[in-house]
Design a protein around this ligand. Sequence first.
Ligand code: TYM
Length: 403
Amino acid sequence: MDNQNNKNSNKDNFVNKYNNDNNTFEHDSKLPNDIFVTPWEVQGKLGEENYAKLMEKFGTQAISTELIEKIKKITGEIHPLIKFHYFFSHRDFDWLLNKYENGESFYLYTGRGPSGLIHMGHILPWLFTRYMQDKFKSKLLFQITDDEKFLYNPDLDRDKIAEYTYENILDVIAIGFKPELTKIIVDTKHIKHLYPIATEIAKKITFSTAKAVFGFTTMTNIGMIGFPPIQAAPCFLPSIIEKKPTPVLIPAAIDQDPYWRITRDVAEKLGFYKPAQIHSKFLPGLSNSSKMSSSKPETAIFTTDEPEIVEKKVLSSFTGGQPTIDLQKKLGANANICPVFWYLKYFFDSEKASTERYYRCKSGNLLCGECKNQLAEKSKEFIIEFKKRREKARDKITDFMFE
Ligand code: TYM
């Protein structure tokens, strides 16, 4: 189905539904009240059930078996992050693939807000984006929202943001994107390319809508209130660069979705395609939290961590294990709530190895120490290799800059 022009589709009605002045950012869906997902904050326990409710609330679609078959038909395979439902939701990904099959190539667009160093959660959508670039030979716009993070964080000054911007760019390059197909946009540096289109977008969005979609209040600084069109602008930049309507696919975790809702709402009014999205879940932190987060550094693995720190963090991780070895052998453990299990599954295990791990864990034949040791070893190897790539990236920055 071509969803872009389906005005009656309930997929894009979020903005209209909330577009009234009495609205606050309240939960009207069946999402529990302690679940709170915005581009700047994620709170609460996000299990399978709540991800499904988030889709309902945000008006996105599950990645269906038909869609997976379609991807397989085009690429000849299914990426593990789709197969394992880490990417679980989308908007118009089917439409975009139809366009591709009909000869229209698409751009990829993703990004980073440089408020700190990069952890393993950030790089999962980027590794997937690189895979998509390789498979579809797609051009990629990678936006660094240094303005957003300056405006949002009371404690970050412009110098600190500039430092993180530089450090984060090294990570982006270390992911392995193709320089000839990739352009990094740093908002404060490349604003002249974004501003004309951002003002067009801004003119079509009321404060009432922004308030409802992002949860802004009268205490929010006006820089933040005016920021969303800047993150929306790269969705339309490809059409301007290519001088023809150009489809765009955004791989990111579902926290960024509010931006795409307002972007999709104005797209047709401005003569562009609505950007398509593929949404991931969050990589859990090594504590019992839903999302790996820089604000809890002891539970996040950073690409800049020393190997012994990585080891220490992994070995002190929360697991789904029992309080004693005897009980574990008797009752088995719970892989579903274990960050060590998920981390191994998403980054390192084959499908077969992960299934075996799951059942050995459940039956009590696998102890948490074994999984932790394996994860510590694999993460250390990964980080050591990634750091070498980061170092090499220092000489490549200009090749990747938008201009
Ligand atoms: P930022 O810097 O918060 O996050 C960068 C990317 O990482 C994802 N992410 C995670 N994914 C999995 N597990 C986690 N624990 C985790 N934490 C963060 C985010 O969804 C994002 O994909 N405003 C944006 C920057 C931006 C952007 C974009 C992001 C500008 N344009 C286009 C995605 C797409 C931000 O601050 O992202």
